[in-house]
Design a protein around this ligand. Structure first.
Ligand SMILES: Cc1cc2nc3c(=O)[nH]c(=O)nc-3n(C[C@H](O)[C@H](O)[C@H](O)COP(=O)(O)OP(=O)(O)OC[C@H]3O[C@@H](n4cnc5c(N)ncnc54)[C@H](O)[C@@H]3O)c2cc1C
Length: 569
């Protein structure tokens, strides 16, 4: 098998490494004239570092990064709202690294150069048109000036070409530009004295402006070290175009940034002085795109920012791209049919990354300081009296589960009452959270429980194309289906209707219903059933079956107040 990869960023280069480790040939095309170590600091989370460790990069990363030791959320006066250990200090078996994006890309690129016998990264090659047939996919390559320079053909094409992905635009021509949430992100890095543990990361402020500061390179004890900063502030209306097109390399303007700095008075770091000491910095409007209902089209798929551009909060952009690369390489290595491999990769990664995109829109874990600022804008004496520990924990932990990097917790799910209340359900505001690390396979669909109690059980379900829940009755429970993405056919009684993204359908108790995905694309929805946790036990039991044979599923269902109907003759 031979894969063509469009884009030599972190996603594309990691994919090349992962494919190589599984004996799959590839060719990377990068539009820039060279792989330059651009950007500023990013964080890579332990689950992504674990993947890079598996391809032998841990020591090289350790040499150029810093092992993040703790994360502290503060208000704008530096009063602590939440502190948690990170990486090894949090019990993970590998570190979380704070690292210069360019250095991360450099380590991965060097490994690509070292490991392949032939050069596999071609620069100044922009992947343009593509055509696919039953045997393979053909791409046309262009230089920076737009001249056609070459044609290549492979078994699959992977679009790792970033937020402005040309391949995504080809597959989804009506999508339009990314959407802006009205916030601007300014970021830079400079040498700065060590603060707190020397491995601490600070996120301070709230809704109106946030400051993020963390070191990205090691240095002896208290010596200055390369320190990354970012300021995020609302400057426009959500949904309008940003003042300038999003471009990771666009220099920032100090006159636009200055008004947002004055509000910070953090004792640990003089934010204004740090910024003043930085020779150059960049701006980036907080843009993302709605999650897609599918990534793979035959022999072509998307990966990293091309597949799921997300706001750069919660340390997830690069980490999710690395996880994509691993999953894609595994899926292609698993079978002879590349089309099925790409579908399998999408099934594994699309729902999870869509959750992260949505969660980042609500602020992700940083929502904790938004809430505290709203409740106590002028600071506090006791943070617990502003927002209880349990509520603060729910915000931070809820996110950790969505992004897949929570340390395993053994709490029983029915103790997680606060994950979603019935009032919140009306607006499905907590659709982005899951409980613990649970994810079940039920009749070909992925179920992620969101909340369970005696009163309510809610879960997030992903329906790959052509899957269905056969008609059944809940004799004692009502059910709500909120379609998040894609289209489902709901059979209710004798009728049936299509439910599309945004629709909420009520399936009243005692009414037979079935749910089908006939759309040809993946669909996702949030279900809530009240009043029971029996269904939770049923799903857990079905997931645990060695083989989900119809008789076994029906027998289990009968024990849990769900009655499957006999198939139509
Ligand atoms: C220059 C730069 C600086 C960045 N700085 C930061 C930062 O400071 N903080 C942060 O959080 N994130 C930053 N990012 C984004 C971050 O790297 C990504 O969110 C994450 O690593 C996912 O990477 P990706 O490989 O999917 O996309 P990207 O890192 O965006 O890489 C996409 C690559 O594809 C190339 N490309 C685009 N179109 C084509 C085409 N048609 N044919 C061939 N090649 C193409 C691009 O030149 C780019 O190298 C930056 C990205 C870039 C490109």
């Amino acid at each position: 098998m031979r894969a063509i990869i469009a884009g030599g960023g972190i996603g594309g280069l990691t994919t090349a490494l992962m494919l190589h480790a599984r004996g799959i040939d590839c060719q990377v095309y990068e539009q820039s004239p060279e792989i330059r170590e651009l950007g500023v600091g990013i964080n890579t989370l332990p689950h992504a570092i674990r993947e890079l460790k598996e391809v032998g990069l841990l020591d090289r990363l350790d040499a150029v990064a810093i092992r993040t030791g703790e994360l502290i959320y503060m208000n704008r006066f530096g009063q602590e709202v939440w502190r948690e250990p990170r990486g090894l200090d949090a019990g993970h078996d590998v570190p979380q690294f704070s690292i210069h994006r360019g250095a991360l890309q450099g380590v991965i690129y060097q490994a690509v150069l070292d490991r392949f016998d032939e050069p596999v990264v071609a620069t100044s090659r922009r992947v343009g048109f593509l055509e696919q047939d039953d045997e393979g996919v053909t791409v046309q390559l262009f230089d920076r000036a737009g001249n056609h320079v070459a044609t290549d053909r492979g078994d699959v094409l992977i679009g790792a070409d970033g937020i402005h992905s040309n391949l995504r635009a080809t597959l989804f021509p009506d999508e339009g530009p990314p959407t802006w949430n009205g916030a601007m992100l300014w970021r830079g890095a400079t040498e700065w004295p060590s603060f707190l543990t020397g491995r601490s990361m600070i996120i301070a402020g709230g809704m109106s402006a946030k400051a993020v500061v963390y070191p990205i390179a090691n240095a002896p004890s208290a010596a200055p070290r390369l320190t990354n900063w970012a300021i995020v502030a609302k400057v426009g209306r959500p949904g309008t175009p940003p003042p300038r097109r999003e471009d990771w390399s666009r220099p920032g303007r100090i006159d636009e940034l200055l008004p947002h700095i004055a509000r910070f008075a953090i004792p640990h770091v003089d934010v204004a002085a740090l910024i003043a000491a930085t020779a150059e910095f960049w701006e980036y409007p907080m843009c993302d795109r709605d999650p897609l209902s599918r990534w793979s089209h035959g022999r072509v798929t998307l990966l990293g920012d091309a597949a799921h551009p997300m706001y750069p909060v919660g340390s997830n952009g690069a980490s999710q791209a690395i996880l994509d690369a691993r999953a894609l390489a595994d899926a292609l290595a698993a079978g002879a049919d590349p089309v099925q491999g790409l579908e399998r990769y999408e099934r594994e990664r699309l729902p999870m990354t869509a959750d992260v995109v949505r969660s980042n829109r609500t602020g992700g874990p940083e929502g904790i300081i938004d809430v505290v600022e709203r409740l106590a804008p002028e600071g506090f004496d006791d943070v617990d009296s502003v927002l209880a520990y349990a509520d603060r924990e729910a915000i931070v932990r809820g996110y950790a589960r969505t992004a897949g990097f929570a340390v395993a917790s053994h709490t029983r799910p029915n103790e997680k009452e606060r994950t979603m209340t019935e009032t919140e359900l009306a607006g499905v505001t907590r659709a982005d959270r899951g409980i613990d690390d649970l994810s079940w396979n039920i009749l070909g669909q992925t179920y992620v429980p969101k909340h369970v109690s005696e009163r309510l059980f809610a879960w997030h379900a992903t329906f790959p194309a052509e899957t269905f829940v056969p008609p059944h009755i809940h004799p004692t429970q009502d059910e709500l289906v909120h379609v998040l993405d894609g289209e489902l056919v709901i059979v209710l009684g004798d009728g049936e209707a299509a439910a599309r993204a945004g629709d909420v359908v009520r399936l009243p108790m005692g009414q037979p219903h079935g749910i089908f995905n006939r759309s040809g694309a993946t669909a996702t929805c949030l279900f809530a059933v009240a009043p029971t946790r029996k269904l939770f036990d049923l799903f857990e039991a079905i997931h645990g079956l060695e083989e989900q044979a119809p008789e076994a599923v029906v027998a289990l269902a009968a024990q849990h107040e769900v009655e499957f109907l006999p198939p139509d003759e």
